[in-house]
Design a protein around this ligand. Structure first.
Ligand code: AHR
Length: 500
């Protein structure tokens, strides 16, 4: 089996927006409490933030983090989380049936984000609230006037505005599970009017209109078509969300699921462009793929817990322990995002800490890296610059629900700043190694800087606090001769080949 790839600087897709490597932290499970915030932990700083977690987030170089939800935001009263901690009240979180103590809120998150070297993507509650609450929150965050909410921020100790630039108009408003779910007409009108008012307050902000919660939603893509009719002129992005799981224990088919993601992206682009044409608009809408990941390991136990033990503070929910094959699919999803870097300008790996996350914490011990940490790390570090058109000829195979699945899925990124080019590739054939060749003759004088791989005999291998069983290693088995790179790419492997 073989795959041949040609790479050239001239085959440009587009410049990759750094926000493609964003992530997400929701008030959910142990993401905040005992995740990023644990004042009684030996590694907590003076504000109660876990320094070990901040270090791992910095290692991932996450440029933007979505906050505070997620489903949580649809019944969140942001005012509960600001001001003196002693007067903050606990509230029911209806989304996850937990108790929100409100000891961590907006200002704490702003401070944490600064320490973690990241920006904020803020979501407003369009489930149980509307234009007024969204405008008040924006005024509190971004306005420097002698006004009610700007002064409230000052009273809380923050003289200068937080200047949050990216705002999501609600979350998954098409989902029947969402508190305050809406029809597309209802959401479209509310989001348009909220967005309009928010841009009156701060015209420099960027807004995200809620797209479908997944390609499987019965209202997809009608949801996008109807809601964007209303919101198109006011927003800059439409959101996409998608999670996958290997519920049938069919690895070959699981690794083909990034094809569905690609189809989803193409359909959303087509729908955006249909509205653009209909409106005779000059604006091209971008995509914020602001929730994506593998998510299924914890589903059953979470549903059981939420049903039987409601209203606890920070229970261990959505703590998927990721295995090796999950890391491969995350790699494939990253390749898919990079291939669409011309339209997908933001994306958030959902989520960042403890909740379906690359980073886990032990309440008494340290923080550790899940298997999916690594493909995300590689893409975030080496996937900056210009995405290049993947010109690949590869053998293909069929799986239970997919036909013509490419054995090797790959993309490359050229970074003109440091004169480096990186190939990201997954051999997703579960039975066969592939003879992989890449023609880089357009990059004269380049050498192989590093070849990193993740390979494992056990698809279900996981990492734990004290055992990093699944991690990358350097591979030396390759030939690079007169601009032609050749290697035997192992079945089920994640490959990062760097030239410079
Ligand atoms: O990321 C977990 C949940 O998935 C989010 O709260 C919600 O938006 C989505 O359904």
């Amino acid at each position: 089996r073989e795959a041949k790839m040609v790479i050239d600087k001239e085959f440009k897709i587009d410049e990759i927006d750094k926000n493609l490597y964003g992530s997400f932290i929701e008030h959910l499970g142990r993401a905040i409490y005992t995740g990023i915030y644990q004042p009684d932990h030996p590694l907590a700083d003076e504000e109660g933030f876990r320094k070990d977690v901040i270090e791992l987030v910095k290692e991932l170089q996450v440029p933007i983090v979505r906050y505070p939800g997620g489903n949580f935001v649809s019944n969140y009263f942001w005012e509960d989380g600001v001001g003196p901690k002693e007067s903050r009240k606990a509230r029911l979180d209806l989304a996850w049936r937990t108790l929100e103590p409100n000891l961590f809120g907006l200002n704490e998150f702003v401070s944490w984000a600064k320490k973690a070297n990241t920006e904020i993507m803020m979501a407003v509650n369009l489930g149980t609230r509307g234009i007024d609450a969204a405008c008040n929150l924006l005024e509190y965050c971004n306005v420097d006037a002698n006004s009610y909410y700007s002064n409230m921020r000052r009273d809380h100790g923050y003289d200068k505005p937080h200047n949050i630039k990216v705002w999501c108009l609600g979350n998954e408003m098409d989902g029947p599970w969402q508190v305050g779910a809406k029809t597309p007409q209802e959401y479209g009108r509310l989001a348009a009017e909220t967005g309009k008012a928010m841009k009156m307050i701060d015209p420099s902000i960027k807004l995200v209109s809620c797209g479908s919660s997944g390609i499987g939603m019965p209202t997809f893509p009608e949801w996008e078509a109807i809601t964007l009719e209303h919101t198109y002129d006011y927003v800059d992005y439409v959101s996409m969300h998608q999670y996958y799981g290997n519920k049938e224990n069919d690895t070959a088919d699981f690794l083909a699921m990034s094809m569905d993601m690609e189809q989803f992206i193409k359909s959303v682009i087509a729908t955006c462009d249909y509205i653009k044409a209909k409106k005779r608009s000059k604006k091209e809408l971008k995509i914020s793929f602001d929730e994506w990941n593998v998510w299924y390991h914890s589903n059953e136990s979470d549903n059981d817990y939420m049903e039987k033990k409601p209203w606890n503070v920070a229970p261990a929910l959505l703590e998927d322990i990721y295995n090796f094959e999950d890391a491969l699919l995350v790699g494939l999803m990253l390749i898919t995002l990079i291939k669409h870097a011309d339209r997908v300008k933001m994306a958030c790996l959902a989520q960042l800490v403890n909740v379906i996350a690359p980073i886990m914490t032990d309440e008494k011990g340290g923080a550790w890296r899940q298997t999916i940490f690594y493909p995300f790390l590689h893409a975030s570090i080496y996937g900056r610059g210009i995405a290049l058109q993947p010109v690949i000829e590869t053998t293909k195979h069929d799986t239970t629900n997919h036909t013509d699945v490419t054995d090797v899925e790959a993309v490359s990124v050229y970074n003109p700043e440091n004169e480096e080019v990186t190939i990201f590739a997954v051999n997703r054939n579960v039975d066969h190694d592939v003879e992989f060749t890449s023609d880089l003759r357009g990059f004269e004088g380049y050498k192989v800087l590093e070849y990193l791989v993740m390979e494992h005999d056990d698809m279900k291998a996981v990492n734990t606090l004290n055992n990093e069983n699944v991690k990358p290693r350097t591979k030396n088995e390759y030939v690079f001769d007169e601009g032609i790179f050749t290697t035997n790419m192992k079945k089920c492997s994640w490959n990062v080949i760097r030239f410079g």
